[in-house]
Write a protein that binds this ligand. Structure first.
Ligand SMILES: *Cc1c(COP(=O)(O)O)cnc(C)c1O
Length: 461
């Protein structure tokens, strides 16, 4: 098919996710044909650095030799067989591996095929657990009231109705409000726009005590609290050090299950294999997806503890089974890839090398600090959010209609970098295999784009 035809047919038949098609149809589509390490190549042969790891998934690079081999190797055995009542070696080996590398008391792995479903599964497991948990009659009766969830403002857990119900991003989800189940919301600490900023010494304490008080208040009717170790989709927001641990403590104290959503942060993204490790948090349920197969195939996992698992075991006629499963749950090709993805972390010493690269990225990012429209730079490992503001002093945002974030990212294509913003937050999520030189180039490109679009060159650049 000719390039022109591809472009024409894209406009004619494709409906792109999270995309205003009215705008999209006015522009020539960018069609990616190949991947090579940290680069994407379009149908005209132009190379782009993949600044967002193809939506936060790529770990060891595109078209990676070992992953390619793992895929071929697995496909020569079997490409799909169900896990509903049957099993296969890759799913078994991967489950063992995941239990080994994830934090805490997680012993059981339930597969699905994307982050949203991994979250749905965690929510349903938590809900059903309290309905089926055994205890004295009085206790059991009280536990049955634990039917609700707690989530944080600005949270993103996916786009299916259940995960939207525990989401806190009004821009995406407001219209669906009548379809959602009710969930209790706790304000997520947002240090750049801190509501307690009048008390800079104690603001952390205010956030923590506010959160604790709410968990205590809602505990009797709450099955679980769901949290991202650091909020990705709402603009790379990290809670102050110690906050995450305090959430865990409050949940334990008030018998609220803790669901940690590491769909974005898992697999080295933040510098540790899992972000829970930064504060030694041990979830009751953990969701994984994006980086799980190194960006090759859709696969997700919900991990849980022996304690939760036990509540689902009973004679069949008592209907305590977890009635949930997707057709491609634990697909062999995807599981085989995930195994190789994890093996490569060790083989290539990825986390060790990453330390230095994270430091390098920090230094490269400091280039941007003095730009008059860079309000805040938030970095956690290889997850970066650069918040653009109209006024640096007052932190006033640009009007939505100016689409500043989108314009800056669009400009980056000209310099051969693919970016995708979250509102006016420029996201940098390079593959973990990116080199220091590439990281420098990435940051320099952002600076150039800021100059091109916002016309202000920082003094010391
Ligand atoms: C992307 C994401 C999801 C949703 O995953 P999908 O595979 O897109 O359904 C859920 N939680 C977090 C934290 C994410 O970043």
């Amino acid at each position: 098919m000719t390039k022109k035809n591809l472009e024409r047919l894209d406009h004619k038949h494709l409906w792109h996710p999270f995309t205003q098609m009215e705008e999209y149809e006015k522009e020539k589509p960018l069609i990616i044909e190949k991947g090579d390490g940290c680069y994407l190549v379009d149908i005209y042969g132009k190379r782009y650095f993949d600044g967002i790891s193809s939506l936060w998934t790529i770990v060891h690079g595109h078209n990676q030799r070992n992953l390619n081999h793992a895929l071929i190797h697995q496909s020569q055995k079997i490409s799909h067989s169900t896990l509903l009542g049957l099993s296969h070696p890759s799913a078994i080996k991967l489950a063992e591996k995941l239990v080994q590398i994830t934090p805490g008391r997680l012993t059981k792995v339930f597969y699905s095929d994307n982050g949203s479903t991994a979250v749905e599964i965690a929510l349903k497991m938590a809900f059903q657990y309290w309905q089926q948990k055994r205890g004295s009659p009085g206790q059991t009766k009280r536990w049955r009231n634990k039917t609700k969830f707690i989530h944080f403002s600005g949270a993103y857990h996916g786009d299916t109705i259940g995960s939207v119900s525990v989401g806190g991003m009004d821009l995406f989800h407001k219209i669906y409000h009548p379809l959602l189940f009710r969930s209790k919301k706790i304000p997520y600490p947002h240090c750049y726009r801190c509501p307690y900023k009048k008390h800079p010494q104690t603001c952390h304490k205010e956030c923590v005590s506010d959160m604790k008080q709410k968990i205590r208040q809602y505990a009797n009717e709450t099955a679980a609290l769901i949290i991202e170790p650091l909020q990705g989709a709402s603009g790379m927001r990290k809670s102050p050090r110690g906050y995450f641990k305090e959430v865990e403590r409050a949940c334990q104290k008030h018998r609220v299950l803790l669901i940690v959503d590491e769909v974005a942060t898992g697999f080295g993204r933040t510098g540790k294999m899992f972000a829970c490790e930064h504060e030694r948090v041990q979830p009751d349920l953990l969701t994984l997806a994006k980086g799980l197969t190194g960006g090759y195939l859709p696969l997700a996992a919900t991990l849980t503890t022996q304690e939760i698992y036990q509540a689902f075991k009973a004679p069949y006629h008592l209907s305590k089974t977890f009635f949930h499963g997707h057709t491609y749950t634990g697909n062999p090709l995807a599981s085989g890839l995930a195994l190789e993805n994890i093996r490569l972390f060790q083989k290539n010493g990825v986390l060790k090398k990453l330390k230095e690269k994270i430091q390098h990225l920090r230094i490269s990012l400091s280039l941007l600090e003095s730009h008059p429209h860079v309000g805040d730079i938030r970095q956690c490992g290889f997850m970066v959010g650069i918040e653009l503001v109209e006024n640096k002093k007052t932190k006033k945002m640009f009007p939505l209609s100016q689409k500043v974030g989108a314009r800056v990212c669009r400009r980056a294509r000209y310099y051969g970098v693919i970016l995708r913003p979250l509102g006016d937050v420029i996201v940098l999520m390079p593959p973990l295999s990116a080199t220091k030189r590439q990281l420098t180039y990435l940051c320099r490109t952002v600076l150039k784009c800021l100059y091109d679009e916002l016309g202000a060159w920082p003094k010391n650049a």
